[in-house]
Design a protein around this ligand. Structure first.
Ligand code: NAP
Length: 235
């Protein structure tokens, strides 16, 4: 029997991350749904399994806590579980309406801890194994807010963090080019979640689409790119 690919999704107890887990599991991936609150991860995984014959495991992962990343790496090593697909989805949005000069440096630091260093830390933990096994997909869930081409004054801390995350996509994508690992940024659009609010234009199903497409790319797929609606967009 062909072994299912294993996909790990961060910040997946709700919102887009949860829907990405569902869509990957429907595509017969073995999913590790992670959340910073272990009991929320467990409840979300149980809910997805109850909805169908889906292979969804759960694990605790606070991406802003290096010890939490190390603990998960050890747990997965003990279970001989390799990660083939990593979706860096976890993020926070602080001070959406603040002017850049009013953003306390500490708030900027907190935002970067999750949205940038968190994604980098989790990639450090799992990408070397992907390179070794000559297969991997990394999707950094970014935002149009981080697009330098159109950036103005919206949500300075968040926007700067997503621009930095995009830079990480380019660095990691280029560093792993030709190894079987494909690394891309995805913009889900404006999605009805706690972050996007009830007035957003897209459902979580629509928001997850490009992320899942990038997570399931064939070996001929792109790397080091930024995508929205399955199309390349400017950085
Ligand atoms: P959401 O509903 O606010 O969910 C965010 C998720 O991230 C939650 O599960 C949250 O966990 C988790 N999280 C936050 N800090 C974490 C940490 N340190 N460790 C682990 N998990 C953490 O947001 P969403 O709308 O689903 O957003 C998902 C992704 O899409 C984010 O990267 C976001 O920037 C991006 N995005 C969203 C939109 C939109 O319109 N919604 C637009 C563009 C981009 P808790 O439940 O524990 O807080």
């Amino acid at each position: 029997m062909v072994q299912s690919r294993v996909a790990l999704v961060t910040g997946a107890n709700r919102g887009i991350g949860l829907e990405v887990c569902r869509q990957l599991a429907v595509r017969r991936y073995r999913v590790i749904l992670t959340a910073r609150d272990g009991s929320k991860a467990e409840a979300a995984a149980r809910m997805l399994r109850a909805a169908g014959d889906l292979d969804v495991q759960h694990a605790r992962l606070d991406v802003a806590d290096p010890q939490s990343i190390r603990t998960l790496v050890d747990e997965l090593a003990e279970r001989s579980e390799n990660v083939d697909v990593l979706v860096n989805n976890a993020a926070i949005l602080l001070g959406e309406d603040q002017a850049v000069l009013d953003v306390p440096v500490d708030e900027l630091r907190r935002t970067f801890e999750t949205n940038v260093f968190g994604a980098v830390g989790v990639a450090h933990a799992f990408v070397p194994g992907m390179v070794e096994r000559r297969f991997g997909r990394v999707v950094n869930v970014s935002s149009e807010a981080g697009q330098l081409a159109s950036m103005r004054t919206y949500a300075p801390a968040y926007a700067m963090s997503k621009a930095a995350l995009n830079a990480f996509t380019v660095q990691l994508g280029e560093a792993t080019r030709g190894t079987g690992v494909l690394v891309n940024s995805a913009c889900p659009g404006w999605v009805r979640t706690d972050m996007g609010g009830p007035g957003a234009s897209r459902s979580v199903e629509e928001g997850a689409d490009t992320i899942v497409w990038l997570a399931t790319l064939s070996s001929r797929g792109p790397t080091a790119g930024f995508f929205s609606d399955r199309r390349a967009i400017p950085w």
